[in-house]
Design a binder for this molecule. Sequence first.
Ligand code: 3UK
Length: 539
Amino acid sequence: MIPSGHVDTFARDNLPPPELWPEFLFDLPELQFAPRLNCAVELLDRAVERGFSERECVLGEGVRWTYADLQAQANRIARVLVEDMGLVSGNRVLLRGANSPMLAACWFGVVKAGGIAVGTMPLLRARELTTIVHKAQVTHALCDARLVDEMQAAVPQCPTLRQLALFHDTSAGGLEARAASKSPRFDAVDTALDDVCLIAFTSGTTGQPKGTMHFHRDVMAACAGWPRHVLRAQASDRFIGSPPLAFTFGLGGLLLFPLAIGASTVLLEKATPDALLPAIARWRASVCFTAPTSYRAMAALIQQGAAHDLSSLRKCVSAGEALPAATRTLWRETTGIEMIDGIGSTELLHIFISATESQARGGATGVPVPGFKACLLDEQGREVPRGQVGRLAVKGPTGCRYLADERQTTYVRNGWNLTGDAYRVGDDGQFEFQARTDDMIITGGYNIAGPEVEAALMLHPAVAECAVIGAADEQRGMIVKAFVVPKPGQRGDDALVKALQDFVKQTIAPYKYPRAIEFRSELPRTETGKLQRFRLRER
Ligand code: 3UK
């Protein structure tokens, strides 16, 4: 490894041993990086050097920052961290807040100062914050004043946490006031390309969250991969969307990728479907990032008559969960836009299989992003024949390095990252998502992928949302069970059960139909919008 630029060696000390790392691939010319690399310098200072100072960069409620503005604010925050809060390079800094320009400035301030950004979801409670602080041995926290209560409640349980500063706080002690007294210039810490700059925690459907460690190089590799080859946005684009910056889908899509190309980004504190739709119109955004369910809900709002000018919109990215073919079609028919689907993970930082608008096919995620290799393996780690379902295995320029976690050997085997997804490769070479490996339903000797049944149900006009799981059954061992949220005005009664069952039998192989259907007013989801099928299985 290259000599670290960190004074505090915690991150390197807690990387998994090199033999447990995945294999990394850096074949492409755009993946050759200098040994000394600070990704905040590459993304922010380089943009200013290239003459982008006066271009719009980060927008939000009441805020319009140019590249020079964001650079100055990040530099000032870096100074507050180093000069007033005693930050030394390598320290972990917890970030807490809804998406906003200030949160973005904090991220860059931390990374310029050689700190390690630890993003946290705004809804987390003191308990969960405490777990993260312990795991990452967090020393500093920058927190939105409106979310201080749970942070404050965590502090007594967090002995490593030495310093807390609040932003969006108008008092003299607030971060903005302290930053305003500092010079807007700051010499970024000269980090190694393989110094950790980011610890992203998995949303964790079960058990303790896992911290994934990413280097400065990983951030630059993510910017050089999917955005450049698949998204292909331009400097004139304006990005918008819902995923929190604490979720690497949001960090990349709403901050790193727009900055890497000199584009602008709108950071919304609230981006539920009913808020995102008017925001796209108001900000005249052109590139949107959100989850499949959000597109589905926005399409429903448009069809119910919500009139918003979406003429600025030209690219729509869906990730986080499988995109049902019905949602792709619905969005195309409603807006005229073919969506870009992509599977990514916190472990691999961002999207590694995806398809451009012209390649896109309903029911398929796409092909490996240039720089990545993907294959499907059986239980013994052998490649399955073409057309058969197997476990998705990926390698590329980024990959899984858990922070002091035994589960490293579950995610990484023989150099491959195993994402926990069951896929099959279609005749056209595209990867088709089947299910999370633990969501496969085995019934009457058949293997049924819950999401395939969900996709069929969603084609029915009475279905707003649904989730399909395997439910224990005395006779069959397991049966296919659907939880359905009916559309407004639809009654969840026996007649609808029968209608939905018949509909599925006519749409896909009849043995896959849900023998049990339960109606719900909503479905359990994680903070990142993922369906929690395990919670439906629990009862
Ligand atoms: C699932 C998908 C089918 C899949 C993420 C884009 O979701 C992200 O990261 P997470 O760590 O979860 C990873 C898991 O989510 N998944 C994500 N996208 C898709 N399944 N089709 C998709 N398009 O099970 C995967 O293993 O929360 C997504 C960018 C960055 C991310 N962190």
